[in-house]
Design a protein around this ligand. Structure first.
Ligand SMILES: [Zn+2]
Length: 196
């Protein structure tokens, strides 16, 4: 009997223990159910925003990568063109007819070009090199950057070539000639030039 009762007591104790064990786990469940639904919505919203942000970041990275790639390609092309042009300008004889010209007759393929700001350059029709005042045989300065002169010809050399060239400035490049001053008749019968 006593054993039986003890068993019963034991079972009862177990049950109590089980209840006690169950309670702590049950408690948070009731608590989480008690969390207001807007908090859940907020969490969902945050998750959504993070996902969106992540997607944007990935997209931005892809756009940036493509942009860098295009820039690299442009730079490579520019550098390649720069070297090609330098090679051409370095080899150019700045003579009409180039390498196949009649070497007995010299007619430099250079001409004077006047910019709108009044500055002059001497350009070669063959290689498009433009000499500017101050250019030495060794160096030219463009956009404030001192660079090697690939032509080996200075501004003075360019002027000398220009003096031997049959080229003339084109009409748009010729500075406007000074207009003759109008003659204003004087009351006395004489005339004087305006501004004098
Ligand atoms: Zn040239």
């Amino acid at each position: 009997m006593s054993n039986n009762k003890a068993l019963q007591d034991g079972d009862a104790a177990k049950e109590v223990k089980q209840e006690a064990e169950v309670k702590p786990t049950a408690a948070p469940q009731t608590q989480s159910e008690a969390i207001p639904s807007d908090a859940e919505e907020l969490r969902a919203l945050v998750r959504l925003l993070i996902a969106k942000e992540r997607k944007t970041l990935v997209e931005d990275a892809a756009v940036e990568t493509a942009r860098i790639q295009r820039q690299k390609q442009r730079n490579a092309t520019a550098i390649n063109n720069f070297h090609k042009r330098n090679t051409k300008q370095g080899r150019c004889v700045h003579e009409k007819g180039g390498a196949h010209r009649n070497k007995k007759i010299s007619d430099p393929s250079v001409y004077m070009h006047r910019y709108i700001d009044g500055t002059f350059v001497i350009k070669c029709q063959g290689c498009n090199f433009a000499w500017k005042e101050g250019d030495t045989k060794r160096y030219i300065t463009r956009f404030g950057v001192k660079q090697p002169n690939v032509t080996g010809k200075s501004w003075l050399d360019a002027l000398e070539m220009l003096s031997r060239s049959t080229n003339t400035m084109t009409s748009t490049e010729i500075p406007m000639p000074e207009a003759p001053r109008p003659i204003i008749p004087l009351p006395g019968g004489g005339a004087e030039e305006a501004g004098e």
